[in-house]
Design a protein around this ligand. Structure first.
Ligand SMILES: C[S@@+](CC[C@H](N)C(=O)[O-])C[C@H]1O[C@@H](n2cnc3c(N)ncnc32)[C@H](O)[C@@H]1O
Length: 192
């Protein structure tokens, strides 16, 4: 079955400032409590809604803003704010593969992506490969219940399913944070 994919023609929706309350990047960053990160890999980065503010949290760090859609990569290349141009690197990826070396990320971030994945097992394995030992995977996706906005409920993924898939991919210390009104927020660690 072909997975539901976000329509790049609707990319302006991703920049809706209402999201700053519903999916507050500041709150998400604080909750993640990364000790001294220098590399974030944002998979399914869209327009960089998270990549941009996260890059500003790391004075000497980089965010690789990865997406399968050339429209998203092109949009970021044209529209990144000047202060982020050296720090946010738009990067075209394929469905399950990020063209970056092993073991370099402090954080792999996936927001509003899980319900679009063709093969979650393969992409979670890719996240594992990309992370440093001690690095974190954060999966934030629409709760599988009716919310004022978001994709059809029948394609959303339950928190228990996300936890199970994450566990099977080898992650440990899997925690769910309950501080976003419409989203699951699951964080897991790549331990040695
Ligand atoms: C709903 S948008 C979310 C964008 C961004 N994370 C945000 O929350 O603003 C989902 C994005 O994931 C991308 N996408 C879908 N499947 C993907 C995959 N397997 N790997 C990378 N990106 C993917 C889509 O092209 C789209 O840009």
């Amino acid at each position: 079955m072909t997975a539901f994919k976000f329509d790049p023609k609707k990319l302006a929706k991703l920049n809706n400032p209402e999201r700053l309350h519903r999916e507050n990047p500041e709150l998400i960053w604080t909750t993640l409590a990364l000790p001294s990160p220098d590399t974030v890999i944002d998979i399914g980065a869209g327009t960089g809604f998270f990549a941009i503010p996260f890059s500003r949290k790391m004075p000497h760090g980089k965010v690789y803003a990865c997406d399968i859609a050339p429209e998203m990569i092109g949009w970021m290349e044209e529209n990144l704010p000047d202060d982020c141009r050296q720090k946010v690197i738009p990067l075209k990826m394929t469905e399950n593969t990020v063209p970056l070396p092993d073991g370099q990320a402090d954080l792999v971030l996936m927001v509003n992506l899980h319900h679009e994945l063709e093969n979650p097992t393969a992409l979670l394995g890719e996240a594992w490969r990309l992370l440093k030992i001690g690095g974190k995977l954060a999966i934030i996706d629409w709760r599988d219940e009716q919310t004022p906005d978001g994709p059809p409920v029948h394609i959303r993924v339950s928190e228990s399913h996300i936890r199970e898939q994450t566990h099977k991919a080898g992650f440990t210390d899997i925690r769910a944070h309950n501080n976003l009104p419409c989203h699951h927020f699951v964080v897991a660690v790549k331990e040695a």
